[in-house]
Ligand binder design. Structure first.
Ligand code: SAH
Ligand code: SF4
Ligand code: F3S
Length: 444
């Protein structure tokens, strides 16, 4: 039986950067409520999963995982399911896994203290949103795990309803925070020594300042002007709302990183239309041309889905030709998987899994050869990296460039570097997924 005087919790997180940051909010809130975080389920009184529902029968995996832990219920442990599967499955979770006490989606975390009181008293608690909530998604406390890169959610939810996607159902409707509160949090982070800020949202380009003071591009610039902030990143951009002003902002402020993640999903207009992505291949290419004509070398990365219902071989080849045309620096590639509630569920998912796998392999092979070629352009360049750690087996430091590339490097005379510091590195070798170099001594 866990000691009630020593309230402990174990939290495991799945999914995207927003979920990772949500977990920081959950940890902060729990610590404020007198809980201590532990690293194993065995040590914990409260076991929480912050779940992701984006693809691959995610809910089934969560139920399998929960049934593994059924045995712990007898020991008095309390279980909670948070995040996107919690929101999607709601109270059905109690039916399928009766030993679960808490089911709470991301919009409810500021109410965690009250929900904790309920579950500690042996009751069940839910924090579920009906897609109508206007609730602020900020919690009062956040326990950040990375001491140098601070995440800030600027917009929650999504109103785009792409045909394949669960997010509009799991994260509710779009709600933006005021730019004043985002800037206040960024200043606070800078005072704590953070030098990199990453602004988060499923669709940051839809950001609308409730006070009407700043556009998204103006917010980026304003965060970059905060004393002490050296890097500003943002993710994810939706092509439909991606304005030229974002490229202008990057061009005018060296603090804004040379990187845009702009998911295309497919290179075929027919498939894009069926996906309800709200842009055509040409409109997307126009946005790419804004980015590529910038004076700075802005890296471009993307997300792609193969095997969307009805995707023909020809349409798949249009995606391949798009890769050649654009030359992405990196791509996240996925096989389409049908998801609950989504409009695409009505379409026949008739492409066999082997065929989806084949298309995925062809796509990955092409992208890998593009990256091999693209990364060669960095050879001989000197570039600033943030030191992220050390690879002891190779004696190399791990750095991250403004373009979000991993650059492993050696320091002169085995010098010890501080994580979070910035150094200049000259690139000597390139691979498809990383670069290698030597630190340059700047003499100052
Ligand atoms: N808001 C972001 C995407 C968030 S989800 C955007 O609009 O781009 C991250 C990626 O997962 C998506 O870009 C898409 O490529 C992939 N994805 C989402 N739903 C999927 C599904 N049902 N099957 C396969 N991949 C999916
Ligand atoms: Fe999903 Fe589309 Fe919203 Fe992105 S924009 S979260 S893919 S519905
Ligand atoms: Fe997954 Fe939810 Fe993020 S479904 S990708 S954790 S928004």
């Amino acid at each position: 039986m866990p000691d009630t005087a020593d309230k402990t919790f174990y939290l495991e997180t799945f999914g995207c950067q927003m979920n990772v940051h949500d977990s920081e909010k959950v940890v902060g809130t729990l610590m404020q409520q007198g809980y201590r975080q532990v690293q194993t389920v065995e040590e914990a009184g409260l076991v929480l999963y912050n779940t992701c529902s984006i693809r691959d029968k995610a809910e089934q995996k969560v139920f399998n995982r929960l049934s593994d832990y059924k045995k712990y219920k007898a020991q008095g442990k309390i279980f909670g399911v948070l995040g996107c599967v919690a929101q999607q499955e709601g109270k059905r979770i109690f039916e399928r896994a009766p030993y679960v006490s808490l089911v709470a989606g991301s919009a409810s975390y500021r109410n965690l203290p009250a929900m904790l009181v309920q579950i500690e008293a042996g009751n069940r608690a839910t924090g579920l949103d009906d897609r109508e909530t206007e609730d602020c998604f900020e919690t009062e406390y956040t326990a950040r795990t990375n001491p140098h890169r601070g995440y800030i959610t600027i917009i929650e939810g999504c109103d785009k309803f792409c045909a394949y996607c669960v997010v509009p159902f799991t994260r509710g409707k779009e709600r933006s925070r005021t730019s004043a509160s985002v800037l206040a949090e960024a200043r606070q982070l800078s005072n704590l020594g953070y030098t990199e800020i990453q602004l988060l949202g499923q669709n940051v380009n839809s950001y609308r300042d409730p006070d009407g003071k700043r556009s998204f591009a103006e917010l980026l610039t304003a965060v970059g002007e905060i004393h002490g902030i050296q890097r500003v990143r943002f993710t994810t951009s939706h092509p439909r709302d991606f304005g030229r002003d974002i490229v202008d902002a990057i061009e005018s402020s060296p603090v804004l990183c040379d990187h845009v993640h702009l998911p295309i999903q497919s290179g075929s207009d027919r498939v894009l239309d069926a996906m309800q992505r709200l842009y055509t291949r040409d409109e997307y290419l126009e946005r790419i041309s804004w980015i590529q004509s910038a004076k700075r070398d802005i890296s471009i990365t993307t997300d792609l889905i193969v095997g969307f219902p009805g995707e023909t071989e020809r349409e798949f080849e249009e995606t391949l030709s798009l890769l050649d045309l654009i030359g992405y620096d990196s791509a996240f590639t996925f096989k389409y998987s049908p998801r609950p509630n989504t409009p695409a569920l009505r379409l026949d998912d008739a492409i066999p899994d082997e065929e989806k796998s084949r298309r995925l392999a062809v796509l990955n092979e092409k992208q890998r050869s593009i990256q091999t070629h693209r990364n060669k352009r960095h050879l001989g360049q000197s570039t600033k990296v943030m030191v992220e750690g050390k690879n002891p087996s190779r004696g190399q430091w791990i750095g991250r460039t403004s373009q979000i590339k991993v650059l492993n490097f050696t320091a002169p005379d085995g010098a010890e570097l501080k994580t979070g510091s910035y150094v200049d590195v000259r690139v000597t070798t390139s691979f498809p997924n990383s670069l290698v170099g030597e630190m340059v001594e700047t003499g100052g």
